[in-house]
Design a binder for this molecule. Sequence first.
Ligand SMILES: [Zn+2]
Length: 233
Amino acid sequence: MTGMNILAIGPHPDDIEFGCAPLLIKEIKKGNHVKMLVLSKGEAGSSGTPDSREQEARAAARLMGADIDFMHFAGDCRLQHTPENGFRIAAEIRKFRPAIVLAPHTTENQHPDHTAAARLTRDACRFARYGGLEALQPLPVHKVDNLFFYNITQHVGYKPDIVVDISDVMKEWEAAMNCHHSQVKHKAYIDLQQTGARLLGLAIGTEYAMGLFTNDPVRVDEISDIILSSRNF
Ligand SMILES: [Zn+2]
C-alpha cells in the first residue's frame, strides 16, 4: 500500500536518523509520506547549540524527503511521562493520521528521554482513539494500525521482532547521519551504526539490516503472505 502516512518520533534531533532512517527512506522511495516529530532540540548535548541541532535535523529530513516538526516540552533531559504530554503527542497523531508510528524502544538505554518518549508515544497512540477525551477535542479520533519501536543504539546479540533488509539505502542513511556534524565529529557513531546493521544483516542473509520491535503481535491473513526467507545459510 502506498500513500500511507508514517510518523517517526524522536526525543532528540538525531535519534530518528540514527535509529530508523533507513526504514523511512525505503518507505519514502515507495511513495509513502513520512513525518519526523522531534521532542526537543538536544539542549543538554555536549556539542552543538539548539539552533544548530535543529538545522542539522532539518537538513537530514530534506535529504530523506521527509517532513519534520519540533515540539517543545520541558527541554532535553526533562521529558516526562505524563498524561498531558501524551495528549499533546496524541493531538499530532490525530492531525497527521499515520497508519504506522515509530518510537524509540521502551527499555532503558542511555538517555532517560528515550524511554519517556517511548512511553509517551505508546500512550498517545491509545489517547488518539478515545472519542471522549476532552483534551483532544475537536480533532477527529484516529486509530494507528501499528506501533513499532526502534533501537537508537544497536548492539550485538539483540533479537528484534522484525528485521528489514536495508542494503539498498546505506548511502542515503550515511548522508542523513552525516547531517548531524555536531555529533558525528566527536565519535564514530556512523561506523557503529553501520557495523550493527552489518551484523544484523548476517542474521537474515543480507548485507545490512535494521530491526524493529513490535508493540502488538504482527497480524497476517495467511502465513504464505510471508514470502521472504532468512534461511540463507
Ligand atoms: Zn537521543
